[in-house]
Structure formats: structure tokens, C-alpha cells
Design a protein around this ligand. Structure first.
Ligand SMILES: O=P(O)(O)O[C@H]1O[C@H](CO)[C@@H](O)[C@H]1O
Ligand SMILES: [Mn+2]
Ligand SMILES: [Mn+2]
Length: 405
């Protein structure tokens, strides 16, 4: 029986990539800088002391990080024995955004340039906003700049409630984000607005429109909800997900944001869950019912959206430790032929300047399917994951990547 479980720890980089300087990210290291802060006692909120990840360590996480950076992460304990095959992968896609990272993991790197809104203020062309306001019958928009999604709610959330104008913002990523209140503006209305924006943004080559619903009545209370929805363009070529479904009549189970990221292409079942524990619970229960030729893919978004972008080191460390504590539950369910892969789609170093992603290597931690324990070394593209899945499931080969199976 062939079953693969791919867990994407959204933004869990393990050291700056060779081309990090092109992104201003030389020296970024999501895992390493979190571990250093923990060891220095600078991440003692809701947790204590050195970073403790015994189960990830057994899969080879700290070994992979050490190979990636040349240094052992500060204050961590190496396991007596490594059970998994571990490596670190570099990204060949032009951007460090989520769709690029994910699609490359699935065997389809993004070698073209996305469109970006480069101006940090007045970011959007007037024509685009005029069309959006007219087609969606809006009184106008707020924002129109680069922003952190939580900061801009503190600044403009109340004005949004009073005026009915949605908050539109962007970042260094190829995104158009729309924040609106779930009740005052309406969740369905926000989704409809995003669909209009998705159409209008096609000529601008923007990767994603993101609905950012929130609740609360004042700046101090505003909280974004799990009803976020991403409107991505479709991957530029068939991913390994799509090949598994079309060539092997396989099943691809999306848990969390996966289906949205792949524009719902190559997905046979979608499970929504909010928060790390719920995502983990869903992964376990889907594994319990998974039959032959099934790929279960889960995106643990909170590492990125709740901690990485928020530059919350202690929160990121606590979330990693909580994830690590749950890993034995998953390992106990694995059959010998199953293939488990833990990886990430980019970095988002919470100790770094600004609030953006960081260009980093990602971990590739594998267990099962006859793999022997030890190093897989530097993987030349994230697509090695997709090529390995293609090999495992016996689909036609991907155009990029080298299988480690
Ligand atoms: O600050 P928030 O709204 O979390 O946005 C972040 O999330 C977006 C998608 O990952 C990125 O482009 C970044 O801007
Ligand atoms: Mn991501
Ligand atoms: Mn992100």
C-alpha cells in the first residue's frame, strides 16, 4: 500500500540560501535564530529555556540545519540516534512566496517573474482600484499600501467598520490582500469581492488574492479568523498531486490551506482545520482512513502567519515545541511502506527585520518507504520532494528534481 504524508511547516527555514543576498536575507535562519534566542533566555514567554524538539531531532532536523549553516543550532541536544533521512533543499523559483515554494515542492518551480506592487504607499494602479470599486459597488477602499496584516487592522479597522470601505494591502509578495469585518461587511461579500479582484488582477500577473476576514469591535479587539481564503492562479504545469490523481487514480487529501494554494487542481478531498492542533488531528484522522495511492498534505500555516510574520520568536518556539510533542502520535500510525516527509515552503525568520518571508533552505526530513537513516545532503531544488513522490507513486517523472528514493 502506498501512502505519503507531506507536512509543510509553513515558513520553517533552516538557514539562509546561497542567493539570500538578492533578497536582503543574508544571515536569516528561522530555526537557528529561534534556537539562539531560546538559549539566551530571550524566548521565555509561554515556554522556557533552550529550544526542545526531541522528535524532530530524531528525524534529523538539527543535523540538516547543521549541514545547511555549518553550525549546530544553539543550546539544542543532538539525538543519540537519527531514525530518518534528512537533507536541506534550496529553492530555484524566482520568489520566496508560498505558491512558488509549494509548487516547487510538488515538482513545478516558478521560473517566471510574478507581478508585484513595488510602491510601499499608493501601491495599486488607480485604474485597478476604480474598476474594483465600480464592479463591487464599494464606497472606496482603505489601505492601498504595503502593510503587516495585523498592524493595518489596528490602524484602519475601525474606519473600515464606519465607512464600509474594505482594507486593501500588499507586501513584498505577489499578493493583493483584502481585510473586511465578518459581520459589518459580511464574509460572503468579502469572498465575492475577492473573486472580482482575482479577475481584475489577472493582467497584473499577481499570484494570489487573499481574503482576510476579522472580528471584534475596536482596534484593541480585532482578531483575524480561520475563514481566510486564498485565491491563487493555477500552477503553470501539472504538479505531482495532479499526476497522482490523473495517472494513478489516486487520492490527494488537502488539509488546511493546501487546496487554495494549488488552486484546487489535483485535490480529491478537502479538510478545513484552524490551528496547529486541529490541523494535526485532521492529519491523524485522514491517515486512519487513507487507502492505497493516497497523498495527505497538510500546511501548518500558523508558524508563518501567527509567528513568523508577526516576528514573535517565543510564539514560534512554543509552536514548534507543541508540534514536536504531537509527532509520536503520527509516527505510531505509520506503516513500514508509508512515506512521511516534513518540509517547508520558505523561511520567515521571526528575528529578522521587517515582516516578510526570508530566502532560506528548507528541511527535508523523511521516514519510511525503505529509506535508510542518514544524510540526503543539499537538494538542488525543492522539486526533489515532488520527484520523489512521483517515483514513489509511479507517475510519469516531473521535469524538475531528483528523487531521493
Ligand atoms: O501580514 P499578513 O497579512 O499576515 O500577510 C502576510 O501573508 C501574506 C501571504 O503569506 C504575505 O504576503 C504577508 O504579507
Ligand atoms: Mn508559506
Ligand atoms: Mn507568509
Amino acid at each position: 500500500m502506498k501512502r505519503a504524508i507531506v507536512l509543510v511547516l509553513d515558513s520553517f527555514g533552516i538557514g539562509a540560501a546561497a542567493d539570500a543576498d538578492k533578497f536582503g536575507d543574508q544571515g536569516s535562519d528561522t530555526l537557528g535564530n529561534i534556537a539562539a534566542a531560546c538559549q539566551q533566555g530571550k524566548a521565555d514567554i509561554g515556554r522556557q529555556g533552550p529550544l526542545t524538539l526531541p522528535n524532530l531531532a530524531t528525524l534529523g532536523l538539527f543535523h540538516a540545519h547543521q549541514e545547511s549553516t555549518g553550525q549546530l543550532a544553539a543550546g539544542v541536544s543532538l539525538p543519540t540516534e537519527v531514525l530518518g533521512s534528512y537533507g536541506y533543499a534550496k529553492e530555484i523559483s524566482s520568489g520566496k512566496d508560498t505558491p512558488s515554494g509549494h509548487w516547487e515542492l510538488a515538482g513545478v518551480p516558478v521560473l517566471f517573474e510574478w507581478g508585484y506592487f513595488l510602491q510601499t504607499e499608493n501601491s495599486f494602479p488607480a485604474e485597478l482600484i476604480d474598476d474594483l470599486v465600480r464592479q463591487a459597488k464599494l464606497p472606496g477602499i482603505l489601505g492601498n499600501k504595503h502593510a503587516s496584516g495585523t498592524t493595518i487592522l489596528e490602524q484602519l479597522g475601525e474606519e473600515h467598520i464606519h465607512t464600509g470601505k474594505p482594507v486593501c494591502y500588499t507586501s513584498a509578495d505577489s499578493v493583493f490582500q483584502i481585510a473586511a469585518h465578518e459581520q459589518h461587511f459580511g464574509l460572503e461579500r468579502l469572498y465575492q469581492l475577492c473573486e472580482i479582484a482575482r479577475e481584475l488582477l489577472m493582467p497584473y500577473n499577481i499570484g494570489r488574492v487573499i481574503a482576510r476576514p476579522f472580528v471584534g469591535e475596536s482596534a484593541a479587539e480585532f482578531a483575524r479568523t480561520g475563514n481566510r481564503r486564498d485565491y491563487s492562479i493555477a500552477p503553470p504545469a501539472p504538479t505531482v498531486l495532479q499526476k497522482l490523481v490523473e495517472e494513478q487514480q489516486g487520492q490527494v487529501v488537502s488539509i488546511g490551506k493546501i487546496a487554495d494554494i494549488y488552486a484546487h487542481v489535483g485535490i480529491t478531498r478537502k479538510v478545513k482545520a484552524t490551528g496547529m492542533d486541529a490541523l494535526f488531528d485532521a492529519t491523524l484522522s485522514e491517515l486512519g482512513r487513507a487507502g492505497n495511492n493516497t497523498l495527505i498534505m497538510t500546511n501548518f500555516v500558523d508558524f508563518d502567519s501567527s509567528f513568523g510574520h508577526r516576528r514573535n520568536i517565543a510564539g514560534y518556539a512554543a509552536e514548534l515545541e507543541a508540534f514536536d510533542r504531537r509527532l509520536p502520535e503520527l509516527l505510531a500510525l505509520l506503516a513500514p511502506d508509508d512515506l512521511l516527509i516534513l518540509t517547508a515552503d520558505h523561511g520567515c525568520d521571526p528575528s529578522w527585520k521587517g515582516t516578510e518571508h526570508t530566502r532560506e533552505h528548507v528541511p527535508v526530513l523523511c521516514l519510511g518507504a525503505g529509506l535508510s537513516a542518514g544524510s540526503l545532503g543539499l537538494r538542488g531544488t525543492f522539486a526533489d520532494v515532488g520527484q520523489s513522490l512521483a517515483h514513489y507513486f509511479g507517475t510519469s517523472a516531473m521535469d524538475y528534481g531528483t528523487s531521493f528514493l
